[in-house]
Design a protein around this ligand. Sequence first.
Ligand code: FE2
Length: 424
Amino acid sequence: MLDLLIQNAALPDGRSNMSIAVRGEKIVELSAGLDAPARDVVDAHGRLLSPPFVDAHFHMDATLSYGLPRVNASGTLLEGIAVWGELKPLLTAEAIIERALTYCDWAVARGLLAIRSHVDTSDPSLMAVDALLAVKKQVAPYIDLQLVAFPQDGVLRSPGGVDNLKRALDKGVDVVGGIPHFERTSEQGATSVKLLCEIAAERGLLVDMHCDESDDPLSRHIETLAFEAQRLGLQGRVNGSHCTSMHSMDNYYVSKLLPLIAESGVSVIANPLINITLQGRHDTYPKRRGMTRVPELMAAGVNVAFGHDCVMDPWYGMGSGDMLEVAHMGLHVAQMTSQQGIRDCFDAVTTNAAKVMHLQGYGLEVGCDASFVLLQARDPVEAIRLRANRLKVWRKGKLVAETPEVMARLQLAGRPEAIGFSHP
Ligand code: FE2
């Protein structure tokens, strides 16, 4: 007897009429047209069953704090950092935990079941670190929350930065972060990259740095990051987040940089909603989009994921934990409008992001966790186009969220009574 059998599902790889059989927490069979006794049988009606959405870049210590203590008037990255600096002395662990748990509720409802969140380690009390470690434990039954020790004020620039970061890692933070472009000089930035990669190598940890989040074509810390990943044997364990300067770099230089990133096994995370909003702010016209070179990185063999980065915080007032909204913006900004390009954007918020996080048991395969999302869409392209409704979300065999089918009712003579925006 199976615990759960989902029938007549479409999978992201294009297979249709698929059945997924679940026993306990695992997928035990996956084949076309399977019928077997099960405690719970769900007819997917040909709709898309996807592995869960994964956000590989987020800031859960700041989320849902929009307007506290004031709104970022200019909308720039630097004013955002200043507003965050004003909020920090007013933060309490209870408020951080409450906002983070609310965001995690939103995430589950959106089928977002794995999040890599940076946590600011600049404050010597490490209050935010303790708060998010508590959240990580509390949400573990429904969300894989991975934490990155993130020295927002610069690991070298801020007093005690290295010590605070190491203490955060001692407490159980999973990943080493950094912000080389925010250090005082380019040289200090490069020194911070080297130092932080060495800390990760010593401790056997992954690396994820905010790298070159600027419009400066000469901000080239991604090069140092890739070089250090190779030098220290960290291939496949290092990620460069944002890399927006690559948008503005000289094309000849990029033709040399891309193979270095690919060889070093460094992955890249673009944050389309935030990059398009924060970058190009010093431009008049034309205004740069600022997002890194996503299709070019993918073509060079680099694993590229999309992150949400911010939801209702000092940097960004929008968002609701919807990774399809992220993919939707990503494909527009990168002009990835071919069918393959759109599917690549779907992968950027699912499988590619799972690879960045080194998630175990992720995917729609026999032996993987029975965690998946049934969407009100037939394929990944339609899912992004509609930012489709999440009908059902399962985590390790357990149903954790449901949203009723969304249909618009029409009152037009001779026209259908209800529509769901599906292309005939
Ligand atoms: Fe970020």
